[in-house]
Design a protein around this ligand. Sequence first.
Ligand code: GUN
Length: 280
Amino acid sequence: MAQIIDGKKISQQIKDELKEKVESLKAEGKSGALAVIQVGEDPASSVYVRNKKNACAYIGIESLAYELPEDISEEELLELIAKLNGTKQVKGILVQLPLPKHICEDKVIQAISPSKDVDGFHPQSVGAMTIGEPGFLSCTPAGIIQLLKRSGIEISGKRCVVIGRSNIVGKPMALLMLREDATVTIAHSKTQNLKEICKEADILIVAIGKPRFIGAEYVKEGAVVIDVGIHRDENHKLCGDVKFEEVEPVAFAITPVPGGVGPMTIAMLMNNCVQSIEED
Ligand code: GUN
């Protein structure tokens, strides 16, 4: 039986630690708000945004919700961001992605002041992470590092394969594992011999974006498997990128979907918000 890495429990521990920290910051007169911007009414985005607002309420920081119409212009969105950049009480700005096609995501990400970039998506934040300078870390990869550390899994010296090369998961994930002294390979949809490469991994991080893609034939006996995917299957049930039932017996430890990586993303977003309040 593999160890099931309980992201719900670990994220709860982190949020409880942050709640205490927020209280002591308040006693020092330090507080702040997270501005959460959603454009349009994508149902998945609405769930994420609601969860983020609830997490703010739980740890005791204010959240300001901006629900903007689908047809808002890029210019109007950039104006709102500029206003929030200049608002002292706003310590974090989050624009829920994806954005409608007529708005350039890169432009929006770059408009957010790096000092309020709690998603860690701004090129300055990414650059700082790459060279090990202080800055906000991308929440999902930072959450995975916490999952591993708090589950007692050694990273240093291990062979790690990350499947996926997106700017918000795959690339920062590989860099953070490197920072923890793992030997890292990034694989992706064009990788040849994907199975053979995955089978070398002591730690396999799957962010391929394809439901139940990774079966037992990709996994070395005794590996740690982290599943970043989240999808609805044909029966409308949540599933990840990994065939859990098939991989679990082979693995030393594995994250479930739901209840694995997902809750950690929000916990690390809260961590970034608290860091921003603290640094102010
Ligand atoms: N869309 C999917 N994941 C994320 C995330 O971590 N942050 C933002 N802003 N949008 C997302």
